[in-house]
Design a protein around this ligand. Sequence first.
Ligand code: T1G
Length: 706
Amino acid sequence: MTEVVTFDEVGPVGLIRIHNPPVNAISHSVRLGLVDAIAQAERHSGIRALLILSSGDLFSAGADIAEFDQPLGEPSLQQVEFRIEACPIPVVAAIQGLALGGGLELAMACHYRITHKNARLGMPEITLGIIPGAGGTQRLPRLIGARAALGMILSGTPVSALDAKARGLVDEVVEDDLREAALRFSNHLVQEKLGPRPTCKRTVTGDLDDAEIGAALLAHARALKGRTTQNLVIEAIKASRLPFSQGIAIETTLAQKSLVSRESLALRHVFFAERESAKLSRLSSADAKQAQPPAIQRAAVIGAGTMGSGIAIALADAGLDVLIHDNDPAALTRSREIVQSTYASSVKRGRLTQNVAEDRIHRIRSTEARTEVADADLVIEAVFENMELKKDVLSTLDSVLPPERLLATNTSTLSVTELARATSHPERVLGMHFFVPAHASKLLEIVRTDHTSPETLSTAFRVAKLLKKVPVVSRDAFGFIGNRMMLDGYFREAEQLLLEGATPAQVDAALENFGFAMGPQRVSDLGGNDVGTKARVQLFKHENRPGPYFVIADRLTEMGWLGQKTGRGFYRYENGSREAMPDPEVISLIEKLASERGIEQREINDEEIVERCILSLINVGAMVLEEGIAACAGDIDVVWTSGYGFPRHLGGPMFHADTLGLSHVLQRIRLYHKKLGYYWRPAELIERLAAADSTFEEWDESSVSR
Ligand code: T1G
């Protein structure tokens, strides 16, 4: 009996417990343990029912994803499930917390399911680019019907215990002690002589015609844009109409196909890269590992603009008491309105109850007195992107805030090191760069300076975990990781393509077809073209960039065409709508700017647009790596997939580069270097890795030992 599975007898009930922290993943040793336990129970004549449950907060997070890249050890989860299903005595699964993927498949192979009321049950495989491969596409339709099963597997989002009961996925929902309730349930089966109830023997209810499949795909179109796994899911669920043994054979083939797909390799890369970027231990010295971050209950935000208000909401959502400060009472009023309307729409969408929304609104208090923040456990400054103004704010805060408290700035482009110099305790200062909308965007770029102390860094990681954000650490440099790559690579090249003859609509459409949520010109109009212009003004105080460098966006800013907020930018926006309308005046302006620079305009196809924008992103990404601004390529992929809308199913720019092959990437960059000049010079790191026929992934692995 392996230590990850134990077997006990409680009267006539055999109690099988999975204990594989942190998430009870169904690893090879768990599968071996389950089969051993069932065999033991079958040898024991007094055992009349079996109960499977888990230790810890959750039933199981599914198959062990870390095992996917190795040959699968026998027994497979499917074989374990066949064993359970064929058991001559009833087998009950007792679910607490979460039952996901293979964890839910294991429970569906049991004859009965009982769950705690707070549990959630789901099939998130599609978020990893795979289809359920342990009977999920065959047993789920038999339990809840083909249409509901398709919806659950395409969304990947868990359902609540009550919803699962209503759909027929579980037999009972309990309020109190799950183990006791499950034992009562199992004993009831014994007393009532209720035997096994193999799910595989059930028939699938409800038809699934093309219209319903089309409707289900439409419902998940945004999340599944550019993806293919959904086609395999549909094929597998259609097979659930066949006899079980035929359907499960088809599922196995399709699951194997999905497992080796590029889409799944990319999504699994992002899954683990997000967990790696959240590990402070990876980045820091011994003493940082010891640093125990202080408790955080009260937070303060300075600046009640859109970002400040969004950050305040994120902090309140994490259960903190928040003080938001601004000198301008009108700004505080507007902020209040933003807070109330944000929560009102969350209630309207059923994401929050009215009570929870009201509690969170009350957690956010506003003040005009900057000194009132002295009691806060952390302060985040989010005032206007201006060096002098931010320095003034930070020095005032520094004078009222006890020296051990974290002082963060939400600057997106200014030097955090220079800002920290305005304080007497630069060791407690760092950047906390939130992304629009601050309460919903997953990414938090944490910017450390050479002075930032390990304690301050670990507190920032603690805050990120509290806010359920994905933290990525950047060294302090212009634009940090994301904005540097966006400005010096991706956006810069998009502008160059406009000067050479492409239109904003063509460039945006090409990159949206590639998989970006929104193209560069539309993003610029959404954020405000002036934001980029101001960032460049700051940049040019310290660094230079060979021209043309954003001549179009800066001219639009000069003309007050700032984007959505002024009704025109790269596009026109009629009467406050968000729909981007092509603007012939912008096209003529671009033609004029191009001819002033002797740039001849020509037809440009979408392939060239995508290649140039993506390769420049990769090239600058490699420079960010070799300059030590990002700790590893995986971090860059996390930044771009969780903060800048780079398609997750391509794994992020650096993973995508590895997929393209670095020799090919280098060859193409050299071509553009020859054609377009200095700013296309290949990053040395790409030259080195290509020469060694290596990859960014291998570079990351070796960086652990560097
Ligand atoms: N396998 C292996 N490791 C896993 C894992 C899994 N399924 N789930 C989590 N981990 C690790 C994770 O890498 C981290 O490790 C630690 O556990 C804590 O995770 C046959 C084939 C459950 C909601 O997609 O969504 O079943 O970084 O930091 O924020 O059809 O983890 O500490 O070393 O994320 O509390 C389907 C994936 C698998 C669920 C918990 N299951 N996991 O979130 O902790 S495919 C999933 C999650 C499958 C079958 C198919 C989340 C969580 P480390 P964490 P968390």
